[in-house]
Write a protein that binds this ligand. Structure first.
Ligand SMILES: NC(=O)c1ccc[n+]([C@@H]2O[C@H](COP(=O)([O-])OP(=O)(O)OC[C@H]3O[C@@H](n4cnc5c(N)ncnc54)[C@H](O)[C@@H]3O)[C@@H](O)[C@H]2O)c1
Length: 283
């Protein structure tokens, strides 16, 4: 296994991937960001540039430092460019078959001593690792959205994940200036298992038309001190992704995670939230 992570590959430049690439560059790593969509790569880089520009305006970075940081990130549409990475962090859609197929490919491409990490929200690390021949070097690295802002990285470990692999990922997380918690590989890990209880119940309350979406969000924010209400969070994080997470939890734990029909219909209609311009709210 590698002794220190210097070169980071990030697969997927969407909501999560671009933020992870930005954090890796800020941790002094060279970064290669790969996506199947040129548009997503372009959008991801533009968002990173915008945040570094803001840091320059606020005097947190000089424009030379911002330029240097940007030079560390290369983009590509070819997964073969990950060959000499020390770690590849995957952030593609929450679909087990897609993750397994992708990890099997990465296992063939990326140098054998490297680590393969997944940003999955709730899928089994052990099952994803089973698609590779390096299950001691497969691990979860669960960032929260927006990755640049949220302080925690949850690190679920598979049945075969080695201590050295955990230590290297904890070290990389600290260099990204994040706190970590290491946990067992169970569906939803800690954060999403607990969060989904609230989110799934909110979809039922929505179906019951208990109150307006605005008022339910207001209630949760003001009564519980949450920074945003459940429907704002659905729209912010992507209703498509959240519904996939709930479906995964339902398969594992039963109908207490059964998502309401009104929310499922939003996914069927392509209304995923902020990223498509319409969800529980219109943007
Ligand atoms: N959105 C959140 O709040 C959140 C938080 C934590 C973890 N996650 C997890 O992160 C992962 C990604 O979620 P997201 O919200 O960034 O999704 P997203 O839809 O915003 O981005 C996914 C990206 O993957 C790309 N992609 C799809 N198939 C690909 C492939 N085969 N190879 C390369 N790129 C591919 C897409 O073009 C897109 O840019 C999921 O596993 C999700 O559960 C999401």
């Amino acid at each position: 296994m590698v002794d220190r992570i210097e070169k980071v590959g990030v697969l997927g430049a969407g909501l999560m991937g671009h933020g992870i690439a930005q954090l890796a560059a800020q941790a002094d790593c060279s970064v290669i960001l790969v996506d199947i969509s040129a548009k997503e790569l372009e959008k991801g880089i533009a968002k990173i540039q915008k945040l570094w520009n803001k840091d320059v305006e606020k005097g947190k970075l000089t424009s030379e430092q911002a330029d240097e940081l940007m030079k560390r990130i290369k983009t590509s549409m070819d997964i073969n460019d990950f060959a000499d990475c020390d770690v590849v962090i995957e952030a593609i859609p929450e679909i087990m078959d897609l993750k397994k197929e992708t990890f099997a490919k990465l296992d063939q491409i990326v140098k054998p001593e490297a680590i393969l990490a997944t940003n999955t929200s709730q899928l089994s690390i052990t099952e994803i690792a089973s698609a590779t021949g390096r299950s001691d070097r497969v691990i979860g690295m669960h960032f929260f959205y927006p990755a640049q802002v949220m302080k925690l990285i949850e690190i679920p470990v598979g049945e075969h994940t080695s201590q050295k692999c955990i230590d290297l990922i904890v070290d990389l997380s600290r260099r990204m200036k994040k706190e970590t918690i290491v946990c067992r590989d169970t569906p939803g890990f800690i954060v999403n298992r607990l969060l989904a209880g609230l989110m799934v119940e909110a979809t039922r309350v929505y179906d019951e038309q208990l109150a307006s979406v605005e008022d339910i969000d207001k209630a949760i924010k003001l009564a519980l001190g949450h920074p945003m209400g459940p429907f704002q969070l659905f729209d912010f994080s992507g209703i498509d992704t959240m519904v996939r997470v709930a479906d995964g939890l339902r398969a594992a734990y039963g109908d207490r995670f059964c998502i309401g029909i009104g929310t499922r219909n939003k996914v069927r209609a392509g209304d995923y939230g902020q990223k498509t311009g319409r969800g529980f709210y219109v943007y």
